[in-house]
Write a protein that binds this ligand. Structure first.
Ligand code: SAM
Length: 279
């Protein structure tokens, strides 16, 4: 692979998606971009990288950005965040929103939608105290093809076996051919839309819960710091932010801090006294 093409490709990926690619990631680029080359009738990844540098084509660049992204996700991923949401966070949050009767939740970098649908299941299973509330889950990702999959609400047998109990599968899905389709009751509270974290968070509004899991790991320190700072600006004062198990706010922003006694949950730093009694 030509060094100049590779360096140009790395810079482009960093600008477009925040993905940090180092010189030792040539194998990864090859394995992700060879299939793009095949789809486009080009020889191999090296030919794609050269074409992008010499004759930049927006569609080809977008395909590469999508191909380089890791879309791994599954229902109730890692268990603990969703357990904590159910047993420690939702109760106090719902009590605090009784007057407003509304909840806004952001699943950013939602990939194929399992995170958003998992949150929707927990809320729908909450019981009558939130019946009739305005509940909105905004689920965003930079990749249009993966959002299409999320919107379809269709999952394979393999996908529903990852993280879903049989009880939940039967309650919230119906079999359509060899796939499983998410129930309309979950779909109607989720809006899937395109959003790139590189573009900041302005215009997203304010959220009570933010899930930003397993995406910051791909960014450099400065980008993580900028995104977390901006995210804090999109959170209600008593909101909670969920990060992935390999992610943290520590050393990246002063606006957020770990929630005491919870794993992977972060709060607005200034809100600590009020929240300590809430959780
Ligand atoms: C590993 S998945 C995480 C999915 C889900 N949050 C979870 O934890 O299961 C990472 C997702 O982040 C998305 N992504 C990567 N860079 C992004 C960016 N700059 N803006 C928005 N989404 C991005 C990818 O398209 C991918 O779907």
């Amino acid at each position: 692979m030509n060094e100049l093409d590779y360096a140009h490709f790395c810079t482009l990926m960093l600008q477009r998606s925040g993905l940090v690619l180092t010189p030792d990631k040539v194998y990864l680029v090859r394995s992700r971009i060879d299939p793009v080359a095949a789809q486009c009738g080009m020889a191999d990844a090296a030919a794609v990288l050269q074409a992008i540098r010499l004759r930049p084509d927006e569609r080809l660049i977008r395909r590469c950005v999508d191909a380089m992204a890791t879309h791994e996700s599954y229902f109730f991923r890692d268990g603990t965040p969703f357990e904590q949401l159910k047993t420690r966070l939702l109760g106090p949050l719902i009590a605090a929103r009784t007057a407003r009767r509304a909840l806004r939740i952001w699943s950013c970098a939602c990939s194929s939608g399992q995170e958003a649908y998992s949150i929707a299941m927990l809320l729908k299973e909450w019981g009558p105290s939130i019946d009739g509330w305005r509940i909105e889950i905004v689920a965003t990702d930079m990749s249009e093809p993966i959002l299409e999959k999320a919107r379809s609400g269709l999952y394979t047998q393999f996908e529903v076996q990852r993280g879903l109990s049989t009880e939940r599968l039967l309650r919230w899905f119906r079999k359509v051919g060899d796939q499983w389709e998410v129930a309309p009751a979950l779909r109607e509270i989720i809006t899937f839309r395109r959003h790139n974290l590189m573009e900041g968070v302005s215009g997203m509004g304010q959220f009570d819960l933010v899930f930003c899991r397993n995406v910051l790991i791909y960014f450099d320190r400065q980008k993580k710091s900028e995104i977390l700072g901006a995210m804090a600006g999109a959170m209600a004062p008593d909101a909670a932010l969920f990060l992935g198990s390999a992610e943290t706010v520590i050393g990246l922003t002063q606006a957020l801090e770990p929630a005491p006694d919870l794993r992977g949950v972060y709060r607005m730093a200034a809100a600590r006294p009020a929240l300590a009694s809430a959780v």
